[in-house]
Design a binder for this molecule. Structure first.
Ligand SMILES: [Zn+2]
Length: 509
């Protein structure tokens, strides 16, 4: 046990279940939970907060770790100190992040890592998907992929994670994944493996608060990649999944159905890691090289935390201002791009990326079409409010799940409106397996007046979540709710959700 005892405070902290197995066995969700409970029970600097249960009835918790009693008590952001929320293993078959989080919690509670605990407040969700963990699969027990559920909020897990975002109000959200190097077409048919140690992406939707996006993209992301590389682990910007030679590569998707862009649209710094998930066929010191995979996740997470602590004086005011006063990039600062996609970058039409040949392990660079240029349509000015006139109770529940403020009309009201007429609905340009493509919607808009009835909803755009709400509500948006399963409202004709200019009193709650 002496190995695990703290050198600083002399407080021994028990090894994680994975460490106890000498890195040979991945513990199940019960063992992990027991460990988290023991950490919280045994340390004044830790507290376990239940978030709810998974579809399969397994508890999901946040372990708060901080040297600040006020944070552990109130669970709210503190001045000058960044709150970092880590979500590990949303995909159950990418487990290394969950082990890295437990290990890091143990080290911090035993006084390691140079007072980092005094500089950060941590919200550690070691198991975002305990069903997937126990069933060794990507999705939860209901077969929901929570990773792309942040618009629809169909799965209970996604809803409780969204509640946690509001409850703890983190300045930075870190979403931990692993990425397999073996791909059906690229490897089996074409003979190449991807060659990646760690890749990082940040919130990249063009509608993210402009100063926050600029800082995250041009300062924090390059600094993180540089530091992780200096620590001895190869790091690169995320190019999206490579499944075949010669395909287009860009970066992480622009959509807001994933946690990365969803959290960033709320005004948070948002970072995704994809680290290497080695192939079954290799020979390793531990099963499927799990010890090494956890080491990479641990190094990356610790580096990110150190960087965040060093950046706090810049990062914290930027994100907190973004959460209260969003500013868009375009024109008057209150405009949104509803339509956006990647296109080939004429300034750098190709990217050369390394692949490893299956037969002899030789590493070679290959040319890929570089589609990392973001093309956006005309910006749309945010209206004072959106009216919702269909399935209003269901919509009210959905808005509530997103913590979006709205009011319900108690009496009829004639309002100035921008009526949205769907003229045509075009199928996706390209269908790719495993990727849900969006319908392309041709919308004409016409100014006029509309009579709203009792029970209709008004969603005001003077709230911090306005850009997120508009991108999900407006049928012109590529991320509209109606692109999601179970919300098939898109059809030619007048659309039941549209911008309005109501008389003032009804906009308030
Ligand atoms: Zn994943």
């Amino acid at each position: 046990m002496a190995l695990w005892a703290s050198l600083v405070w002399g407080v021994p902290v028990a090894p994680t279940p994975f460490e106890k197995s000498e890195f040979m066995v991945l513990p199940d969700s019960r063992d992990i939970r027991q460990y988290l409970v023991a950490l919280a029970d045994g340390h004044e600097q830790a507290r376990l907060v239940p978030l709810g249960d998974s579809a399969g009835g397994r508890p999901i918790d946040a372990l708060l770790v901080s040297s600040s009693p006020a944070f552990l008590q109130a669970q709210r952001p503190e001045p000058g100190k960044a709150t970092v929320m880590v979500l590990a293993a949303q995909h159950g078959n990418e487990p290394a992040g969950a082990e890295a989080v437990q290990q890091l919690a143990r080290e911090l509670l035993s006084g390691e890592h140079d007072g980092l605990l005094a500089r950060l407040n941590l919200v550690l969700v070691a198991m975002a998907n305990p069903d997937g963990r126990d069933l060794s699969r990507r999705h939860n027990a209901n077969d929901d992929n929570t990773n792309i559920d942040y618009v629809a909020l169909a799965a209970g897990e996604t809803r409780l994670l969204v509640n946690a975002l509001h409850r703890f109000d983190p300045d930075l959200v870190y979403d931990s994944h692993e990425s397999g190097i073996w791909k059906r077409q690229l490897t089996r048919e074409q003979g190449w493996l991807t060659d990646v140690e760690t890749q990082f992406e940040v919130g990249n939707n063009p509608n993210i608060d402009d100063p926050l996006r600029d800082y995250t993209e041009h300062h924090l992301l390059p600094a993180l990649i540089r530091r992780v590389t200096l620590e001895g682990l190869e790091a690169a910007p995320y190019r999206g999944e490579i499944t075949r030679l010669g395909q287009g590569v860009a970066r992480g998707g622009l959509g807001i159905t994933n946690l990365r862009n969803y959290a960033a649209l709320q005004g948070r710094v948002s970072v995704l890691i994809e680290s290497r998930l080695d192939h079954k066929a290799g020979s390793y010191a531990t099963p499927r090289n799990i010890a090494e995979r956890v080491r990479k996740q641990h190094l990356a997470l610790l580096t990110l935390l150190r960087l965040t602590a060093d950046e706090a004086s810049r990062l914290v005011p930027l994100t907190r201002r973004a959460r209260t006063g969003w500013r868009s990039q375009a024109e008057n600062g209150r405009t949104l791009w509803m339509d956006m996609r990647f296109e080939r970058n004429p300034e750098q039409p190709e990217l050369w990326l390394p692949l490893v040949r299956m037969t002899d392990g030789e590493r070679r660079f290959h040319a890929f079409i570089n589609q990392n240029r973001i093309m956006a349509g005309e910006p749309v000015t945010l209206p004072p409010a959106y009216a919702v006139t269909r399935e209003r109770e269901r919509m009210a529940r959905w808005l509530h799940h997103h913590h979006i403020r709205f009011s319900t009309l108690s009496a009829p009201q004639v309002v100035r409106a921008e009526r949205l007429l769907i003229e045509a609905l075009l199928p996706p340009i390209e269908r790719r397996t495993g990727v849900r493509e969006k319908w392309r919607v041709q919308v004409a808009s016409q100014a006029g007046s509309v009579r709203l009835g009792p029970g209709d909803l008004l969603v005001p755009m003077d709230q911090p979540l306005a850009p997120l709400a508009a991108l999900m509500l407006d049928p012109r948006s590529v991320n509209a709710l109606y692109q999601e399963a179970g919300w098939s409202w898109l059809a030619p004709g007048d659309f039941p959700v549209f911008p309005v200019w109501p008389t003032a009193p009804d906009v308030r709650k």
